[in-house]
Design a protein around this ligand. Sequence first.
Ligand code: AMP
Ligand code: MG
Length: 484
Amino acid sequence: MSLLLLPPQWPAALMRSAPPTPVPQPTLLALNRPLALQLRLDAVALATPAGAAVLAGNAPALGTEPVALAYAGHQFGSFVPQLGDGRAILLGEALGTDQRRYDVQLKGAGRTPFSRSGDGRAALGPVLREYVVSEAMAALGVPTTRSLAAVLTGAPVFRETVLPGAVLTRVAASHLRIGTFQYFAARQDRQTLAELTEFALDRHFPAIDRTGGAALALLGGVMAGQARLIAQWLGFGFVHGVMNTDNMSIGGETLDYGPCAFMDSFDPARTFSSIDHGGRYAYANQPQIAQWNLVRLAECLLPLVNADADRATEVVLAKLAEFTGLFETAYADVFRRKLGLFESRNGNGELARALLAILAAERVDFTSFFRGLATCMAGHEPLDHRFADSGLWQGWWQQWHARRNLEQRPAAEHAALMRTANPAFIARNHRVEEMIAAAMQGDLGPFERLNRVLSRPFDDQPDAADLAEPPGAAQWQYRTFCGT
Ligand code: AMP
Ligand code: MG
């Protein structure tokens, strides 16, 4: 079995040699065959015991040397000058069928030069959780890192309890983060920053206009990607949970599935992470946090923009000021489609926000409400029962009805658009937890079923109606944990 990869092309200062630490007994739990195909990897070979050995870090990939990447980051607002891949090892790159390069990384494959006091390992539950949720995001059409495989290691990991160890093979357009730039900015390594900027542009924004210079072009590309990404998160009720600058990807993908979760009942102040006491990373704060993170990236790029610090600041501030408009456009577009509207008009954003205020006041289940909206063309009755006080909702429905009428299309067209924007299925927390509990008992049935159903989130799947249901009252107080 040979997993043939290309060597990473990043500046040398970014990479440290990091051979995986072998594990006692690699057992393949999941292999994402469609993704392997897209990456032109040999899925048949990966599914053999020799393939599992590579995916566990027991046997090398060919053509490349394993490395850990350096990065810094603001964690909950405080700057940490060195974080880095403490439990992730970049094996190399795959050239996809789309001719783009993808990082292939083992998460949980042992200690690296950046592990500090950590063990470099991952537990089964979080590995399966990331597998399911990241693949669910991809199926929803949200840019995300992907999950190629999960293997059991046969060795325990020690957290609050003893847990089975596992390794996730994570695939990303790249693992460059805002924190990657911060690492070199903190060291005043202008040379590496300049190289990194060129590499990042080539990798993620090959077609972008560079007339204002490479650094400004990169900032613009990352801003546009983040604006679209966060708008999509909000459209699916997704809370990332730990939007530290080291978890925000330069390529605009959802990165780091630690404490993330999809909301059930709608609450803009919702957080899931057990350590997010101030609600910094709450659902509705995500656009502002993205902007805050982009300001941190911009600070790193200042010296590349102009040798004159005042001039650089002026130019960069003007660029950053575009974020609000980029986000508003993306947000209005996401919710326009959710409301079944074809035309971008002034007021689309307000119409969406008015509805969200009503949903928030009554803690209505976000996903099933929007899915149900497609059946409400003729009148508001089918959803009236979701509101204790349905007056506000009925008033909103009249506004929506009037707005739809402006487009003069048959109701079926609006409904069809809505069914492509409002999923029937999201990775609901209580189902993810049930799946993990079953896997801990050796039953992968729920994991496989969840993956199968979530791979077609916009299709009605009557035999999976249980997976579309909101949780019961006992399951509401869901919390997620960092350091998974
Ligand atoms: P995260 O909270 O997952 O974004 O990780 C923050 C930092 O902690 C990163 O530098 C990780 O590589 C590191 N880290 C997290 N878990 C471990 C672990 N089990 N062993 C070593 N480093 C870890
Ligand atoms: Mg992280």
